[in-house]
Design a protein around this ligand. Structure first.
Ligand code: SD4
Length: 321
């Protein structure tokens, strides 16, 4: 199968037109595969451009996803992740992040973390240096301080203005929760055939102080099995949490579904259990052990980036109605 056909069959929907010439697939004892990365939203471009040379150089997936996500966290123009993220209803930016390594089935996460620009690296520290998986709130902040992470105010002037406007608009009939929320979730299959994933967010803008979403919860915002594939979510996290959507995608891939089918089936499961899921914004992405990627979304403006070491390809899937 050439590269163009490979991608067209791998993507559920909306794959872009012509793709450049093929790079050879790599192989292991268990078969051939194509190293690659898939990352949510347009800010996936930054992560993919960071990831491409690393993937080419044979860097392990775990380091690629951490570095890719850091680049998004550091970008103040991304108002849903890290520095520049929109605050909660009290004006405080609180962050959730999770990282998972297919090798050893290891994971680390932080939830409701304040004042640390790169929560994904704190999550990685939790994974690499403790016996725990998830640290939250003040304990997570203390852990970050102890490990040398600098503290800073994450609320930019632009984010503060959005918060002030939101407060001014409050009234008995308002929508209350701002719709801004675009988690970065990055999944990678490296040249050694190993998977890793990372996910980082400031969560739903103007959320209740203390609210934690799906992103730091394994199986919800992110999950992978090094023998099968990896999956991640973006969207209204409460629904993703209630259906453990990423875990569900991986389990559907285990049953033999391709990534796109598995994402679609997990989305349909979500709608079956929670009919309002058809109206909220949700998107699921996945990559399998062959390097095929897929997604399912009900959101017209959802985009994702695919990278294979050279190419950084933007995809705008057709939403499920
Ligand atoms: C959350 N799932 O905290 C995150 C927000 C998000 O696209 O992904 N939005 O619920």
């Amino acid at each position: 199968m050439n590269r163009r056909h490979f991608l067209q069959s791998a993507l559920l929907v909306g794959s872009a037109g012509l793709l450049p010439a093929t790079r050879a697939a790599e192989g292991t004892a268990s078969g051939s595969f194509r190293p690659g990365m898939i990352t949510t939203w347009d800010h996936g471009r930054i992560a993919t451009e960071i990831g491409n040379p690393l993937l080419q150089a044979g860097t392990r997936a775990l380091d690629i996803v951490e570095k890719g996500v850091i680049a998004v966290e550091d970008d103040p123009s991304v108002t849903s992740v890290g520095y520049g993220g929109l605050p909660d209803e009290t004006g405080v930016v609180t962050l959730d992040a999770c990282i998972m390594d297919g090798v050893g089935h290891r994971a680390g996460a932080v939830a409701f973390l304040r004042n640390i620009r790169n929560p994904i690296s704190v999550a990685r520290k939790v994974m690499d240096t403790t016996r725990h998986v998830l640290l939250a709130g003040d304990g997570a902040l203390q852990f970050a301080r102890q490990n040398g992470f600098p503290e800073q105010d994450l609320l930019t002037d632009a984010a503060r203005q959005r918060w002030l406007e939101w407060k001014r608009g409050l009234n008995p009939n308002d929508n209350w929760l701002d719709q801004s929320h675009d988690t970065v979730t990055m999944l990678c299959l490296d040249r050694a055939g190993n998977l890793a994933g990372a996910c980082s967010t400031s969560g739903l803008a103007m959320k209740i102080h203390g609210r934690v979403g799906d992103s730091p919860i394994l199986g919800a915002g992110l999950y992978l099995d090094n023998e099968i594939g990896a999956a991640g979510a973006t969207g209204v996290g409460e629904l993703v949490l209630r259906t453990l959507a990423s875990f569900t995608v991986v389990e559907f891939m285990r049953q033999g579904m391709r990534p796109s089918e598995a994402c679609r089936a997990a989305f349909e499961r979500m709608c079956e259990k929670i009919p309002e899921a058809r109206q909220t914004q949700e998107a699921l992405i996945a990559i399998n052990k062959r390097g095929e990627v897929g997604c399912a979304t009900n959101t017209g403006d959802f985009t994702f980036y695919y990278g294979d070491g050279e190419l950084a390809q933007r995809n705008k899937p057709t939403p499920i109605t």
